[in-house]
Ligand binder design. Structure first.
Ligand SMILES: Cc1cc2nc3c(=O)[nH]c(=O)nc-3n(C[C@H](O)[C@H](O)[C@H](O)COP(=O)(O)O)c2cc1C
Length: 231
């Protein structure tokens, strides 16, 4: 657990060289900085049935900032702790191989600077991993699906397969993919409940998304989910 919580620091160290070789204006964070998220709400204005009925993939985002409450609610729905150590989405053997990252654009979220943040479910906090607006690079990594550049945030679902394959062997690979689907659908439905829109993006170059987030090679991105107000 301690090693896992030190992941952002590890990411920073591993990514320093590749980042410095690219002449972009972003700054790599040298000291981890934690941001508390507001507590999630457990009641909303939209029923589960309405959210399922109305959910559509949305790719046309308004240039309107999200609040920290929005971010809190979306991350909680995807991977938040709901009871004991158990999370909002089911996980084979409760092995929890997924981590959520948030790519925040300039004025994408009130109260947050542009940057890349890692969600820590246990403390319901964000850890700043990189500073700067990475949306352009993320969109390029996703085969130039340019709506990613326009969304105020993108949530990136990342897997550490080893957590699940250590127990289930090869079969664990399919379990991790199933789990990403569960987390993705939770985020879709929560977005609907907040009158936001999103889409799961699976078409991207893994190594390029890893480079944007500064991930070590064993952390594999599975979904990129831009989120924002529908236009
Ligand atoms: C595994 C997976 C990968 C997807 N990848 C992309 C993608 O890269 N870009 C995109 O615009 N939509 C992507 N989608 C969204 C689908 O296009 C969308 O779900 C489909 O058109 C059905 O529309 P609906 O989600 O509104 O019901 C993906 C969906 C899934 C399940």
């Amino acid at each position: 657990m301690i090693i896992w919580k030190m992941l952002p620091l590890l990411i920073v160290v591993l990514s320093l060289s590749s980042c410095m070789s690219q002449s972009d204006p972003v700054t790599v964070v040298e000291e981890k900085s934690e941001i508390s998220l507001p507590a999630p709400h457990f009641k909303g204005d939209v029923s589960v049935e309405e959210a399922i009925k109305n959910r559509r993939s949305m790719r046309d985002f308004r240039d309107t900032s999200l609040s920290l409450e929005h971010v809190s609610q979306l991350l909680w729905a995807g991977q938040g702790i709901t009871e004991g150590f158990k999370r909002a989405a089911p996980s084979a053997g409760a092995t929890y191989p997924l981590t959520l990252f948030v790519v925040v654009g300039g004025s994408g979220v009130e109260e947050l600077n542009a940057g890349i943040y890692q969600y820590i479910p246990e403390s319901h906090e964000l850890l700043l991993v990189r500073e700067g607006d990475y949306r352009e690079r993320l969109a390029a990594a996703c085969l130039s699906q340019l709506f990613i550049r326009e969304a105020p945030i993108s949530i990136v679902v990342v897997a550490l397969y080893e957590k699940t394959t250590a127990r289930y062997g090869e079969r664990g690979i399919r379990y991790v993919h199933m789990e990403a689907g569960h987390a993705g659908e939770n985020i879709y439905l929560q977005a609907e409940g907040l009158n936001l829109g999103t889409v799961v993006v699976g078409a991207f170059v893994d190594a390029e998304v890893q480079s944007v987030l500064g991930l070590p090679e064993e952390l594999i991105p599975l979904y990129v989910m831009p989120v924002g107000f529908p236009r």
